[in-house]
Design a protein. Structure first.
Length: 83
């Protein structure tokens, strides 16, 4: 993997995961966490939901590990959008 000098620690962390050196639990490094703890706000804060088109949303997504969390986020986006 090619990485900038500032990304070497992250690259080493990824390699450790790939080589299963992290065990059964993976701890994300702090750089993986956004300073904004509301993912909906972080992803959609610059969107005017009164005039947004599907084309404008096509490159934005939140990934979840299960459908229950997906539904929670979808419902929250509906509230955020005023729907």
């Amino acid at each position: 993997m090619r990485a900038l000098e500032s990304e070497r620690d992250f690259g080493a962390w990824l390699l450790d995961i790939g080589e299963k050196k992290s065990g059964s639990t993976i701890q994300l490094p702090l750089q993986c966490y956004s300073s904004i703890q509301d993912p909906i706000h972080q992803l959609y804060s610059d969107i005017d939901f009164s005039s947004v088109t599907p084309q404008e949303l096509k490159d934005q997504a939140l990934l979840t590990v299960n459908n229950e969390r997906c539904m929670e986020i979808n419902n929250s986006v509906g509230i955020y959008a005023g729907k």
